[in-house]
Design a protein around this ligand. Structure first.
Ligand code: SPV
Ligand code: MG
Length: 431
């Protein structure tokens, strides 16, 4: 009996998958691989059921003789082990970013004369509806809120990208890239005070009020499913911060990061060029404790951001604060630096990790952008935030377009730099 292998990367089995299985049966004994959570989140949406449940679902399909777990997106390990005569898949993998997977399978099968079977991809209203329901579920506050902690368990390092609107949210939600056979996407979104303020043409001095910041969160949440980390600036007065915690929790935000500054807050990247006052350890611990006390769910995180390196108060001060804030109940520590080199960040991480292996460390590698995510993870960093790159890339492009239209008195000269209207329309999902 010949063997046919297919890999399922789905939380719901629908007519499209059954169609593949029915085709597969014609070729021989059917083996299903269920893709692991770690791999699924690299190129698909977050699973809405557990790996064990997905395995059970596959086992319950009539005519399936064996179910295994496929750990990696690429098929090398499974094909070397199973040596299937056929690998069957929807023909959607012939194009787009999935082509690399098909190429991988084709070259592995060519080693011993195995064959690929491409089945016409099933498109139906029912499948579209299932897909929409899954997105709806992933977007729900109760469901979305806890996903940052889930990602922290699954990823060597969680990557968060700045968003400040529905459109930027969609970019972070939907961008999946294949590079050298590796798939990746952002796990989370950062609602930056700098970029939220900049989008409104305002300075980053806690001027844009919480009602307006919540409006931004809502715009992003309406069209995305990924977890949100909110830049809470100083958190304001403790008496106000407790209300913010409740609001963010209820909305389904996963974490708030508050910085240990007081008085008029200015952006950290100004460093000591402007006057900024660091909050006392005692006062900031009180704010953290107050926030933790009113928090209702287990999955919301209050992360304490330390400005000692920004304000040049030294490593010892940064470490002392990290320990104090953690002991006050902070669920994570963000350490910031505006140095070109990552040395002080890495020193902080190494020293903090000497005595604390657990508390998540968050960094914002804007100025020390030479460091890779892998190197950060090696030093114990859990979350890397790309805090402003979408805003900073869009702004010069828009400015140049404005300049050129004024220069040439028409839009023809800029047109080949613009996103085709068709693409921008199809970016937006219709109900
Ligand atoms: C932000 O993005 O608003 C931040 C990070 O707080 S930074 O601008 O680097 O201070
Ligand atoms: Mg900020």
């Amino acid at each position: 009996m010949k063997t046919v292998y297919t890999c399922f990367c789905t939380s719901v089995i629908h007519e499209g998958h059954l169609n593949i299985i029915n085709e597969a049966k014609k070729y021989g004994e059917v083996i299903i691989g269920v893709l692991s959570d770690e791999s699924m989140i690299r190129f698909n949406k977050f699973p809405t059921v557990t790996l064990e449940e997905r395995v059970e679902m596959a086992k319950n399909i009539e005519g399936v003789s064996k179910v295994i777990i496929q750990k990696e997106i690429m098929y090398d390990a499974v094909i070397h082990e199973l040596k299937p005569d056929y690998v069957i898949h929807g023909d959607n993998w012939k194009g787009g970013s999935m082509r690399a997977i098909r190429n991988n399978v084709a070259s592995l099968l060519a080693e011993y004369g195995g064959q690929i079977v491409d089945v016409p991809y099933t498109r139906s209203e029912k499948i579209r509806h299932i897909d929409m329901c899954e997105n709806e579920q992933l977007a729900m506050p109760e469901y979305r809120r806890g996903r940052l902690k889930q990602f922290l368990k699954l990823c060597p390092i969680v990557k968060a990208m700045e968003v400040h609107s529905g459109l930027t949210g969609l970019i972070v939600e939907k961008t999946v890239v294949e590079h050298d056979g590796e798939y990746d996407q952002f796990q989370a979104m950062w609602i930056s005070s700098l970029c939220d303020s900049t989008a409104k043409g305002k300075p980053d001095i806690e001027l844009v009020d919480i009602t307006s910041r919540c409006r931004t969160i809502d715009d992003v949440m309406e069209v995305t499913t990924k977890p949100i980390i909110f830049d809470g600036d100083t958190g304001g007065m403790t008496e106000h911060f407790v209300y913010l915690v409740r609001t963010l929790e209820r909305m389904g935000v996963s974490a708030v990061i508050i910085e240990d500054k007081t008085g008029l807050k200015k952006n950290s990247l100004f460093g000591t060029e402007v006057e900024q006052t660091q909050e006392t350890i005692e006062n900031f611990c009180e704010k953290i404790k107050a926030g933790k006390k009113v928090q209702l769910s287990d999955d919301f995180m209050i992360i304490a951001r330390i400005e000692s390196l920004i304000l040049e108060r030294g490593m010892e001060d940064a470490l002392k604060r990290a320990k104090a804030f953690r002991d006050a109940g902070a669920d994570g520590i963000m350490i910031h630096s505006r140095k070109k080199e990552p040395d002080e960040i890495l020193e902080f991480c190494d020293k903090f990790r000497e005595e604390d292996k657990e508390t998540p460390i968050v960094v914002v590698p804007t100025s020390y952008n030479v460091i890779t995510e892998e190197e950060l993870a090696e030093h114990g960093v859990n979350i890397a935030i790309y805090a402003n790159q979408l805003t900073r890339s869009a702004f010069p492009a828009m400015q140049q377009t404005a300049v050129d239209i004024l220069k040439y008195h028409r839009a023809k000269e800029v047109d080949d730099r613009l996103m085709p209207i068709k693409d921008i329309i199809s970016l937006i999902d219709e109900l």
